[in-house]
Every structure is written in structure tokens, then in C-alpha cells.
Design a protein around this ligand. Sequence first.
Ligand code: GLN
Length: 490
Amino acid sequence: MMTEKETSLEQIQNFKGVYPKQLWSLFFSEMWERFCFYGMRGMLIIFMTTQLAMQAKEANLQYGATQSFVYAFTFIGGLFADKILGFRKSLFWGGLLMIVGSIILTISPKELFFLGIAFTVVGTGFFKPNISTMVGELYRQGDSRRDAGFSLFYAGINIGALLGGYACIAIAQSYSWNLAFGLAAIVMTISLITFLYTQKSMGSIGLSPINSKNSFQIATYVGSLLAVPVIMKMVSTPSLTDIFMMLIGPAALLYLIYEMRTCTKSEVSKLIAAMIFILFSVLFWAIFEQAGGSLSLFADNHLSKSLLGISMNPAGVNNSANAFFVIVFAAIFGLIWVWLSKRNAEPNTVVKFGIGFIFLGAAYYMFGMLRNLADANAIAPLGFFTLAYFVITLGELSISPIGLSIMTKLAPQRLGGMMMGMWFLASAYGQYVAGIFGAAITNPDANASNMDKLISYTKGYTNLSTYAFVAGVILILISPLIKKMMQEVK
Ligand code: GLN
């Protein structure tokens, strides 16, 4: 087995073939982490309504608060990784906190619910952005295989999401909630062990920027533990989440501007380009994340129950179709980029983003078309709905793994973690805006007929499709400008 000293960064980055071998370990580590994350996420709202006796509206707000927080904290996790802990220690610490959170929920899910969730929020903040940044470090600047690596990594994310999302809730409903949370704790432990094993072949990647005995590191550990009760209070009080969301974005922006003072002109230009991608991604996730909200209600009420002649639960299809298509197509997509790049025909990242929005727009246009395909009882075909999910996934694959990849290309190495955190912060805002969009397109009249409800949803989806098309066209039109800002980065 190789040791740190035996594997130099150059050896890692000079790998042969399409993927560096270290990618596989990060792939599995992230796969198990996402199993834990999506497993817990998939249980949240049902746990809150059935076990904590919350009303649906309250539970929805609570769920939204958790999701916004979990992604907002990635900015802080990325920042501390850059400045103090390095990626490895951040990841390890984050993983440990996630395990503690899941164990708390295993032991006493009802009484200690928000404490367990708060540990998970802080833990994910330290884990999620930093493992993605480490994937980027496996590649030399300018290596055209990087996007393919991120596409494969993205498949791992979704395998974890699919398995965890299904297994945890199934165990919770058939056996016990404690056992389901316990499963999350076990898989997170597997994730950490996988990562420990990986470290050995990572050379200097992810080491701390400062001396390992430094008191700042201890302060970071202690500080993150002290943050737990504060986050617990905030997550359990959605109005405080609103305030937090209002502050964290501007604060992150101001901090970025502050950091820019030490950057060269070329670095500043690339950081601004990264910010443009991040801003557009807020809109992407705001539309995309209807999946967990309005689309799941739509699926439950307005779809037939058969897909290609097989009887299916439409809400289940809504929850799993996207992950399924990502798993099947992510690596193929990645290989298409490598193939095109060998022929000098790979579209640049801005155009890929533009294409991603066009796919998203096409998919939501298809959701809008379900109005015309519905029968007199306002029931539309599940097959066409699933096809739209396929198109969404093509959009997601043109934006999400590419976004991870471009963050690692555009950020100077010392700000890599923070910029990755910013990328995920956009997801936090996306989740937040998704809730607002979802509420706006749901028919407010509780006594509305099924047909009226369908019309309200489908009109909303057609509107969202227009936003996506407009964003896509704008991106493609301004692509020469952003390309210029990106300098040598493609
Ligand atoms: N599904 C992806 C993941 O879990 C992307 C999430 C996001 O950025 N909103 O990593």
C-alpha cells in the first residue's frame, strides 16, 4: 500500500486512462455520505408529521429550514477548511459529527430530534463541499478529463441518494425509526472508514494549511460544537432561518470581496465568473427543487399509476426517477465530454450551463403539457411525466457536476473550499426560492376541483419553463464575455 510520502501530487495528477484511481475512494466515501444524508432527508417530513404530530404546513417549513441550513453551512465548512483544518480534517470532523447526529436520532429520535439534526447540519457543512474540492485536486490545471471525473463522482452521489432514500424510509415504516436512523449512522461510519483508507494514497492533497497542533484548529472543533445548540434553536424556529438566510448570502459576498483584495487581477476576474455561475445556479435549483415540493404533490394527485404497463406509485417515481437517470447517464455524459474534447468540439462551461437551462426549460414545458394530456378526471400519463424527468436529468448533468468542476478550476487554491461552499450556498437559496415558487403555483383554494388544481400547477410549470429558457438563452448570449473573464479556464 502506498504511503503519503510515496505518492506525490504529480504522480496522482499524471494518471493514465480516464479516471484517477483515488477518485473511486472519494466516490464511495461520498456515496455512503449521501446515503446517510438522503436517507435522513427522506424521513424528515414523514417523521415530523407522524411522530412529532406536526401539521403539514409546519413540517414543510421545518423541512425547508433544515435543507436551507444544511447547504448554507457548507460555506462555513469550506471556509474553515481553507483557512484552518484543510480538507481531510474537515471531512473527518464533519463525518464524525454526522455519525453523532445519527446516533442521537437512533437513541431518542423524538426527544432529541432537533439536537440530532443540528449535529447533522454542522457535520454536512464540513463534509460535503470539501470532498468535492478534493476531487478537483486530483487533476492538473487544464486537464480535460476533470468534468468526466465529476460526472462519475455525481453518479456515486445519486447511487447513495437512491439507496438511502429508499432504504431508510422503508425500514422506518416497516420496522422502527430508531433502526432507520441507526442505518444512517452505520453507513456514515462506512463512509469515514473508506475515507481513512483513501487518505493514504492522496499525497499532499487536503493537508492542513497550518501546523496540526495549532490552537486555531482546536478552536474550530470547539467552536463547531458550540454552534450546535445555536443551530438547534435556529432550525427549530423557521422565522430565525429566514433571518439567517437573509444574512448569510450578503455576508458571504462581502467576505469574498474582502478576500479579493489579496487576489491578482486575473484571479478576481475568474472569481467574478464563478459568482455568475453561482447566481444562475440559484435559479436552476429553485426550478429543479420543485421535485421535493409541488411536483411530489402533483405526482400524488394527478398521475396515472402505470408506467410502461407496470403498476407504479407515482410519488415513488417522482422521488426516484431523477437519481435513476443520473446513475444510468452520468458516466456516459462524462465520456461524451472527453470524446468531444479529443475532437476539439467540447462546448465550454458557459454553453454547457446554457444547455442545462434549455433542457430544464424543455422538461418543465413537458410538465406544462400534462394539462393537455390529462383525462376528464385531471389524471395525466405517468410515462410522459417520467420522460420529462429524463430531460431534467440531462439538464442537471450539464450543470451540477460541471458546476462542481468549474469551481475547482476558477477558485485560487487557497479559496477552493470557500468557493465550493458558495456553490452549495446557491443550493440553499435555490431550496428557499423553490418553496416560494411552489407555494405560488399551488392553487390556494382548498375547495378547488381537481381540474382547477391541475391547471394551476401546469400553468406554473409552463411559466417556470419560460424562466429557464430565458436564463439559458442569456447564458449562451453572454458566453463570450464570461469566457473572457474565465481567462485560460475552459
Ligand atoms: N444532488 C446533488 C447532491 O446531493 C446536488 C445537490 C445540490 O447541489 N443541490 O450533491
